[in-house]
Write a protein that binds this ligand. Structure first.
Ligand code: 5GP
Ligand code: MN
Ligand code: MN
Length: 327
């Protein structure tokens, strides 16, 4: 694996013809926006591009240009590519089934911005300073012989606006706003995009929120808050995983809470835990204790076991990490 810079990625891309691009499981705005922006641009350059996602595109992102072209399965298990580009994916496991693209491709390029990611692939660019993978894609497109059109700009805008919490998180820097200013200058319906992302929730999303809020619990110290959504609740409401996205922001918004936890039952004795911190707790470290990862203010992991003991383990570790940080 070789660590490379923007220019070198651009050069490597210029040399190949067939390219597969894939983001991470349970895709978010950054994963999809980055992959679509890159895909649209590379097609404009005459490349043969296939777009993949281990999980379906959430309804909220189906308005993105070319979202309907994202595939969840390889048509042919022996399909070969000159290049495979993984975006916004910190560990190969998060490619789900598409981990096999690593074997099926001549050259594997990793574009990521997570803290302490696993190094994999042939060419590797991880910039934890980037607010979104979309920022890195923007920089790559700037050096490629391709014009950032409105479709591409929309995808990049969605990547950046979602990963920065609408520019509220501290990953948002002056460079973020400068890049986004350029995207706006291209001419994109930013207000409409934001309404589509944040003001057009399906009713079932609010019903799930109601159920989740019923589980809201605070630690004795008032610094940690958590909620959970069980499988049976999703089933009862006919909801899907994507309807749970973003709900973790509620426990974090409580005054005095530094750390929010969200437990999502994925299957029998299998839970996905999301971690969010508000001011200074490094949740990437906390998630890493359980084999997960992410960023300093947003991270996640998957744990197996019964709910009671998982909760106990997580709370103990969380209290410890919080105590160490605030000592
Ligand atoms: P979320 O809680 O929204 O799923 O994820 C928050 C952040 O943590 C994202 O940047 C995501 O990439 C990372 N993350 C979530 N789950 C996992 C996981 O199971 N393993 C790792 N390594 N990172 C995760
Ligand atoms: Mn992501
Ligand atoms: Mn990201």
């Amino acid at each position: 694996s070789k660590e490379i810079k923007i220019d070198q990625i651009a050069q490597a891309i210029a040399r190949v013809k067939t390219i597969a691009i894939c983001g991470h499981v349970m895709p978010d705005g950054d994963s999809l926006g980055s992959e679509l922006a890159l895909g649209i641009a590379l097609r404009k350059m005459g490349k043969e591009v296939l777009l993949f996602s281990p999980d379906p595109v959430p309804e909220a992102y189906t308005f993105l240009p070319m979202a309907s072209e994202v595939k969840h399965q390889l048509e042919d298990n022996n399909q070969k590519f000159d290049m495979f580009i993984s975006v916004d994916c910190s560990v190969p496991d998060r490619l789900g089934d598409f981990i096999k693209l690593i074997q099926l491709s001549e050259q594997v390029v990793i574009i990521d911005h997570h803290a302490g990611s696993t190094v994999f692939g042939d060419l590797y660019l991880n910039d934890p300073e980037a607010a979104a993978a979309g920022e890195i894609i923007y920089d790559i497109l700037k050096v490629l012989p391709v014009n950032i059109d409105s479709d591409i700009a929309q995808c990049l805008y969605v990547a950046i606006v979602t990963d920065t919490g609408s520019f509220r998180y501290d990953n948002t820097g002056p460079e973020t706003h400068l890049r986004v200013a350029e995207l706006l200058r291209v001419g994109i319906p930013a207000a409409r995009i934001n309404k589509q992302l944040y003001e057009e929730k399906p009713l079932v999303g609010l019903k799930i929120l109601k159920e989740a809020l019923d589980t809201l619990t605070l630690s004795g110290c008032g610094r940690i808050a958590w909620m959970c959504v069980k499988r049976e609740v999703l089933q009862k409401l006919g909801a899907h995983d994507e309807h749970v996205d973003g709900i973790i922001n509620y426990p974090r918004m409580i005054k005095g809470v530094e750390l929010a936890l969200f437990y999502r039952e994925m299957g029998q004795d299998r839970f996905k835990i999301s971690f969010r911190s508000k001011y200074n707790l490094d949740v990437n470290k906390l998630a890493a204790l359980f084999g997960g990862g992410g960023h300093s203010r947003a991270a996640g992991c998957i744990i197996e076991g019964d709910f009671e003991s998982i909760q106990k383990k997580i709370l103990e570790a969380a209290l410890q990490v919080l105590e160490d940080a605030e000592r």
